[in-house]
Design a protein around this ligand. Structure first.
Ligand SMILES: *[C@@H]1O[C@H](CO)[C@@H](O)[C@H](O)[C@H]1NC(C)=O
Ligand SMILES: *[C@@H]1O[C@H](CO)[C@@H](O)[C@H](O)[C@H]1NC(C)=O
Ligand SMILES: *[C@@H]1O[C@H](CO)[C@@H](O)[C@H](O)[C@H]1NC(C)=O
Ligand SMILES: *[C@@H]1O[C@H](CO)[C@@H](O)[C@H](O)[C@H]1NC(C)=O
Ligand SMILES: *[C@@H]1O[C@H](CO)[C@@H](O)[C@H](O)[C@H]1NC(C)=O
Length: 593
C-alpha cells in the first residue's frame, strides 16, 4: 500500500501544480513524448518508459505508449479520465490488474496486444462501459473463463488472436450482445467453441478461427449464428465437414477453408447458398469433379490455389446441378446446365495441375472480371473449339507456367495486342519456356509469325494444289481413255464380221476383202478358225440409227468366246451397218440365213 500512497501523493502534487499554473501544465510534455494539445493527443511510443507517465495533460483523449517497457499499470492510467484511445501494445505487461480502468468510462479503444498477459479477471475491465475495441492479441492467454468480458457491454471487436487459448468456457462471451467481430485465430483450440458462441448469435458478423488445431466441423458447430457473414477456418487440420456443419449460417458471405486437409466432396456447401467468397486453397483434393460447388449459386470469388496434389479439374467443375424446382408434387428439372456466377477466379500455384480443360471457362467467360492462373504446370492453354469473349475481364495472369509459345497461345498473344491498345485490361507478362528459340522471352515480344500459325496458310494451299493436281490428272486420264476408246472404235469399225463357214450371215456387198483370222488385230481370236472376218482398212463407222448393233462389233473381237451368242443377238435384229469405206458410203445389210 505504501507504493499506492506515493502514487496518490504524486497525483495530488500534479493537481496542485495544475491549479497553481494551469498554462504551464497544459503544455507540459516530457521530452520523450509528442503532445498535441489541440487534438488532445500524446504519443510516447518507443521511449523506454517503465511506467505510464502521470504528468501529461489530464484531458488527453488519445495516449500512445506502444513499444515501451511498461510492466504494470498501477493506477497511473486512471489520471486520464477523458481518454478515448489508449495504446499499450508492445510492452511487458503480465496482467491488467484489477479495476485500473475504472475511471475510464469514455475509453473506446484499448490496445494491449504484444504483451505478456497470461491471465485475465472480469474485474480487469470494470468500468469500461464504452469500450468498443479490445485488442489482446499476441499475449499468453491460455483460457477464457466464464463472464470474462461481462463488464464490456459495448464491445464490438474482440481480438484474442496469437495467444495459446485452449479452452473457452461456455459463458466466456456472455453479455457481449453487440460483438460483431471475434478473432480467435492462432490459438490452440482443438474444436469450434460452439457453446460459447451461442450468446453472440444476435450480433456476430465475423468469426476468425484460423490457425488452430480444429480437425472436424461437426453438425451444428455454428448453430444460431444466423447473422454471421465471414467465417475463417483456414490453417487448421480439418479433414471432415459434417453435412450440417454450416447449418443456420443463413447470412454467410465468405468462407475460408484454406490450408486444411479436405479431400472429398463437401455436402455442407448446399446449406450455405448465400456464399459469395470461398477459399479452398491448400487442401488435399487430387481432382475436382463436375458440379463440385453446386449449391453455391451466388459464388463470386473462388480461390483454389496451392493444391499440392491437384492433377485434374473436370470441365464441368463450375456447373451447378440442374436446379430442381418443386411446386407441390410437381418436380421440374431445368435442362440447361447453369454455371456459377464467378467474377474472380484464382487458381494459382497448383504444382501438378498441367492440363487446363478447354471447356473450363464455358459460360464463365460471360462474367469473369479477374482470372489468375499463374504458377501452375501448364505447357499450353488450349481453348479447343471454344471461343471465349471475356466481355468484362480486366485482369488476366497466366505467368509462371512452363508455356510453349506456339499457335495454341494465339488467343493470349492477341490479348497482349489488345492490352497495348486498350489499357483497361491488365494482362500480366508471360514468359515463354519454349520452343528453344523463344524460351525466356516475353510472349508479347514475339511476332505473330513466331507462333507458327502461318503454317496454316501453306497447308491449305498445299491441300488446294494436291486437289487440283488430282482433278487435272483424273481429267487427263479420262481424256486419254476416251481418246483411246475412240481410236479403238475407229479401228475396229473397219473390221467387219463376215459370215463364213457357219453361214449365219450373208454379206451381199463384195467390196469387203476376206481374210482368215490372221489379221494382227485379230491375233487374239486364234482358235475360232472356222470364222472369217472381213476387214476393209478404209472404212470408218457412221453408225447412224443402228448404234446398238454397231457397238457390239468391237465387243466381239475382244471377247470372242461370246461371239456366238452376240452374233445371234445381233442377227435377230436384221440390221444394216453403214460404213464409210474409202470415201464411199457402204451399207452392209446383215441378215440371218
Ligand atoms: C494494436 O497494436 C498492434 C501493434 O501496434 C497493431 O498491430 C494492431 O493493429 C492494433 N490493434 C488495433 C485494433 O488497431
Ligand atoms: C485467395 O484469393 C483471395 C482473393 O484474391 C485472397 O484474398 C486470398 O488471400 C487468397 N488465398 C490464398 C491462400 O492465397
Ligand atoms: C406452382 O403451381 C401453381 C399451379 O400449378 C402456380 O399457380 C404457382 O404459381 C406455382 N408456384 C411456383 C412458385 O412456381
Ligand atoms: C503447342 O505446344 C503444346 C505443348 O507442347 C502442345 O500440346 C500443343 O499441341 C502445341 N500446339 C500447336 C498448335 O502446335
Ligand atoms: C512486359 O513485356 C514487354 C515486352 O518485353 C515489356 O515491354 C513490358 O515492359 C513488360 N511489362 C511488365 C509489366 O513487365
Amino acid at each position: 500500500m505504501g507504493l499506492d500512497q506515493s502514487w496518490l501523493f504524486a497525483r495530488w502534487l500534479v493537481v496542485v501544480v495544475m491549479v497553481a499554473t494551469p498554462k504551464v501544465v497544459e503544455t507540459f510534455c516530457p521530452s520523450m513524448c509528442q503532445c498535441d494539445d489541440s487534438l488532445l493527443e500524446a504519443s510516447c511510443s518507443g521511449s523506454r518508459l517503465d511506467s505510464v507517465p502521470i504528468l501529461l495533460n489530464p484531458s488527453l483523449r488519445s495516449l500512445h505508449l506502444a513499444h515501451n517497457r511498461i510492466a504494470s499499470l498501477r493506477q497511473s492510467v486512471s489520471f486520464y479520465g477523458e481518454l478515448r484511445r489508449l495504446d499499450l501494445s508492445h510492452n511487458v505487461l503480465h496482467s491488467l490488474g484489477l479495476l485500473h480502468f475504472q475511471p475510464l468510462g469514455q475509453l473506446e479503444w484499448l490496445n494491449v496486444s504484444n504483451n505478456l498477459v497470461s491471465s485475465l479477471e472480469m474485474e480487469s475491465f470494470a468500468g469500461l462501459a464504452s469500450l468498443t475495441v479490445l485488442d489482446l492479441s499476441a499475449n499468453r492467454l491460455t483460457r477464457l473463463t466464464d463472464d470474462l468480458f461481462a463488464e464490456l457491454p459495448s464491445l464490438v471487436t474482440l481480438i484474442l488472436s496469437g495467444n495459446k487459448i485452449q479452452t473457452v468456457a461456455s459463458g466466456a462471451f456472455e453479455s457481449l450482445r453487440k460483438l460483431h467481430t471475434l478473432r480467435l485465430e492462432d490459438n490452440n483450440l482443438g474444436h469450434v467453441p460452439t457453446a460459447a458462441l451461442v450468446p453472440l448469435a444476435a450480433g456476430l458478423r465475423s468469426l476468425h478461427l484460423g490457425k488452430n488445431l480444429i480437425e472436424t466441423l461437426e453438425d451444428g458447430a455454428f448453430r444460431h449464428l444466423a447473422r454471421l457473414r465471414l467465417l475463417a477456418l483456414n490453417d487448421n487440420a480439418i479433414d471432415r465437414v459434417d453435412p450440417l456443419a454450416f447449418d443456420s449460417l443463413v447470412s454467410l458471405d465468405a468462407l475460408d477453408l484454406s490450408f486444411n486437409r479436405l479431400d472429398g466432396p463437401i455436402e455442407a456447401f448446399t446449406t450455405v447458398s448465400p456464399l459469395t467468397h470461398l477459399d479452398l486453397s491448400g487442401n488435399m483434393w487430387r481432382q475436382l469433379p463436375a458440379n463440385f460447388l453446386s449449391g453455391l449459386p451466388r459464388l463470386q470469388t473462388l480461390n483454389i490455389s496451392y493444391m499440392e496434389y491437384l492433377r485434374s479439374v473436370d470441365p464441368a467443375v463450375f456447373h451447378m446441378t440442374r436446379p430442381v424446382i418443386t411446386n407441390g408434387s410437381v418436380v421440374t428439372i431445368s435442362t440447361s446446365p447453369k454455371v456459377l456466377p464467378i467474377v474472380n477466379l484464382i487458381m494459382t500455384n497448383n504444382a501438378l495441375w498441367n492440363h487446363l480443360p478447354p471447356g473450363l471457362f464455358h459460360g464463365l467467360d460471360a462474367h469473369l472480371v479477374r482470372l489468375d492462373l499463374s504458377g501452375n504446370a501448364f505447357e499450353t492453354l488450349e481453348m479447343g473449339r471454344h471461343h471465349y469473349d471475356w466481355p468484362h475481364l480486366n485482369y488476366l495472369n497466366v505467368a509462371y507456367n512452363p508455356l510453349e509459345c506456339n499457335c495454341s497461345l494465339l488467343w493470349l498473344w492477341n490479348m497482349f495486342q489488345q492490352r497495348n491498345h486498350s489499357p483497361t485490361i491488365v494482362v500480366v507478362n508471360v514468359t515463354c519456356s519454349g520452343p528453344p528459340p523463344f524460351s525466356g522471352l516475353p510472349l508479347s515480344s514475339l511476332e505473330q509469325s513466331n507462333l507458327m500459325c502461318s503454317l496454316a496458310l501453306p497447308v491449305s494451299i498445299i491441300i488446294l494444289l494436291v486437289m487440283s493436281w488430282i482433278v487435272l490428272t483424273a481429267g487427263l486420264i479420262v481424256l486419254v481413255i476416251y481418246w483411246r476408246r475412240r481410236q479403238n472404235l475407229r479401228r475396229e469399225s473397219r473390221l467387219m464380221i463376215i459370215k463364213s463357214s457357219h453361214h449365219h450371215y450373208h454379206h451381199r456387198d463384195h467390196a469387203f476383202q476376206h481374210h482368215n483370222g490372221t489379221s494382227p488385230i485379230l491375233g487374239g481370236v486364234d482358235g475360232v478358225k472356222q470364222q472369217h472376218y472381213g476387214v476393209d482398212s478404209n472404212c470408218s463407222p457412221a453408225l447412224s440409227g443402228h448404234h446398238h448393233v454397231g457397238a457390239t462389233i468391237p465387243h466381239y473381237y475382244h471377247h470372242n468366246h461370246h461371239l456366238q451368242q452376240a452374233q445371234l443377238a445381233t442377227a435377230t435384229t436384221r440390221d444394216e451397218y453403214t460404213y464409210h469405206c474409202a470415201g464411199t458410203i457402204k451399207r452392209i445389210p446383215v441378215t440371218v440365213v
